[in-house]
Design a protein around this ligand. Structure first.
Ligand code: PHE
Ligand code: ZN
Ligand code: ZN
Ligand code: ZN
Length: 297
């Protein structure tokens, strides 16, 4: 099933941003073992406009099903889909607030606001399940696309860890301009990277190129040639002296010292990073949702 945004016009009242549910919530993924915390984000999307509370499901049956939750704008050319995604699951060791409540909050906020806007292109949001078990939710989704459906997805933007306490502002290096030797993304990924670079330049924040090796849910998308990009503030890697000079924070310490641990709680969020990156997400969503030209794969 798919969650569809209400068609309400801006200014029509409190119902403007309500999101309607059609069919069953989420796309069941078959037989995926999940032993992690999940959030009832679909219910919250459905109740947009009310206070968002996240309910934790600590069920640990290794054979239970998990779900991807998909939300899509009702307006915009259905043949030109601009897609954003983040994973909702965490590792079993901790609540996963930076990894990846942060990215999920960023796209959820964008999705809720997007409900009141007309768009030229179709906007689709994915809240992936089972990323931590090997990108299972996103891989299942991409594998299930027909060639026709796949061709409609013009770009995919991924947000996995966007508020690390000792953060850098990382932009996926889709063109390997940092010459790390990592394979560059599909054609068009360079353009997405440049979009984010110009955003950070405009708001006067430093940025750096970061890992684009497929270690998150964009992997299955670039695997089938869909241009992709995204933001990342760092995981278990250690901040260098140069990075500390550029971004502040502590050299010689992990970007996220609570990565995949019990201490990945609300206290593990850098508010400034969350705000800056959520602004980047919303800007990217609205610019691409309205753009006449989209990255050429
Ligand atoms: N996908 C990793 C996770 O969820 C996070 C990560 C992304 C780490 C990219 C390194 C590089 O744990
Ligand atoms: Zn993780
Ligand atoms: Zn993650
Ligand atoms: Zn680059």
């Amino acid at each position: 099933g798919v969650i569809i945004f209400n068609e309400g016009q801006p200014g029509e009242g409190a119902d403007d941003r309500r999101i309607l549910l059609t069919g069953t919530l989420g796309t069941p993924t078959t037989n995926i073992p999940v032993v992690s915390t999940t959030f009832a984000v679909g219910d919250e999307l459905a109740a947009a406009g009310t206070t968002v509370t996240l309910t934790a499901d600590t069920e640990s049956d290794p054979h239970r099903k998990t779900r991807n939750v998909l939300a899509e704008s009702r307006r915009g050319d259905p043949d030109k889909v601009v897609m954003l995604g983040s994973h909702l699951d965490s590792v079993v060791e901790g609540p996963g607030i930076n990894d990846n409540g942060s990215g999920s909050a960023g796209i959820l906020e964008t999705a809720l606001k997007a409900g009141a806007l007309p768009t030229r292109n179709r906007l689709r949001f994915a809240f992936w399940g089972a990323e931590e078990l090997g990108l299972l939710g996103s891989a299942h989704y991409v594998a299930g696309l027909s060639a026709e459906e796949r061709a409609k997805i013009k770009l995919y933007l991924n947000f996995d860890m966007i508020a690390s306490p000792n953060h850098v502002f990382g932009i996926y290096d889709g063109d390997d301009s940092d010459a790390t030797g990592a394979p560059a993304g599909p054609a068009g990924s360079d353009e997405i990277e440049q979009f984010f670079e110009s955003y950070f330049t405009t708001i006067g924040k430093p940025y750096t190129g970061t890992d684009f090796t497929g270690r998150s849910d964009y992997g299955p998308f670039i695997g089938v040639g869909i241009p992709a990009g995204g933001l990342f503030t760092g995981a278990e890697g250690i901040k260098t002296a140069d990075e500390a000079a550029k971004f502040g924070g502590e050299a010689g310490v992990a970007y996220d010292k609570c990565y995949h641990q019990a201490c990945d709680t609300l206290a593990n969020i850098d508010d400034e990073a969350l705000e800056v990156n959520t602004g980047a997400i919303a800007t990217a969503a609205f610019v691409y949702a309205h753009s006449r030209t989209l990255p050429e794969a």
